[in-house]
Design a binder for this molecule. Sequence first.
Ligand code: SAM
Length: 334
Amino acid sequence: MQRFGEFMQEWLYGEGGYYRSLRIGKEGDFYTSVSVSEFFGYTLAYYLQQQLNLLPNQKIAIIEIGAERGNLISDIAFFLQENYKDFKKIDFLILEPLKPLHNIQKQNFLQKIDSKEPFIVEDFQAIKSLHYDFIFYCSNELLDAFPCELYHQEQMAFIENDTLRFQKAPAPIEQIARKFNLQISEIPLGVEEFIKNCDDCAKNWMFLTFDYGSLESRNEFSLRFFEKHTTKNLFISPKSTEYDKSFLESFGQYDITYDVNFAIWNSHFQSIGAKKLFCHRQNRALVDMGLDKVGEWYIAKYGLESFMKNSSKIRTLIEPGLLGERFFGMAFVK
Ligand SMILES: C[S@@+](CC[C@H](N)C(=O)[O-])C[C@H]1O[C@@H](n2cnc3c(N)ncnc32)[C@H](O)[C@@H]1O
């Protein structure tokens, strides 16, 4: 018998795991803000540029975590190449544990940026050995890709022969459930260790991330599968443990994801002394970060007609019924 969290880890990242191939975009299973429009990355870059101006003469890295093709870091680098005077002094990295993606990410970056190569590293140790003064960690839809346990009123899900069984949750899971007042919920695994690793790589850093979810637990299951732009819930109803068995038989074929409970991440960041800079819905976060200024830059560089061709994609990023209010942007600094 296996914990659901181990099963999900293998499904997504193990041999033949889902994320070992490219999965995002029109030909894939789902869109992300990064795949919808370069304006997402440009806006993050505009915000980072304001922060970079406050850090002269420091050894700085911008690191994307959860990069898939590496489009976010490439869009950020492109904007900074065009706009930031000390662009040459910054290192651009991707933290990518899955080796089959390394070359794709590198080539993708080089297609947009001709004056710099990205460093692609497999683990935090490699980042640590580069001794940065300040690191900007950036990610989109990373947190919802952490494996999780399925917790239901003092019980937890285990897998045996593709069948889900709920049994008494072990003490560490029970403690998390009590701490965050969870009765029915996904419980993400490895959050504490991940944040500690980020913290160990530099004395000062910022962690900027976007994802979908809620600020507190809704006390119901949200675990779902994505395939070819359709989504299916594992559980027949979000409060019950009754589930659709057919999904569990298609190992590694679909994306598995769930709503992020930002309270859990918030608490772990604060417990290592990081300060929350903001946590807003995506539309507010992007506007506050300078989406309109990016528009002005784009029009000045490429013209109004080209901007208008992009306008429906920009709307997708911020419209409440699309990505604007289902997603949150959150930043921590130390
Ligand atoms: C939903 S995809 C997001 C892709 C991309 N950021 C975008 O927005 O289009 C999640 C990615 O996170 C990666 N990932 C998950 N956990 C990770 C971890 N601990 N370290 C680095 N990458 C991770 C997965 O391999 C996958 O490429």
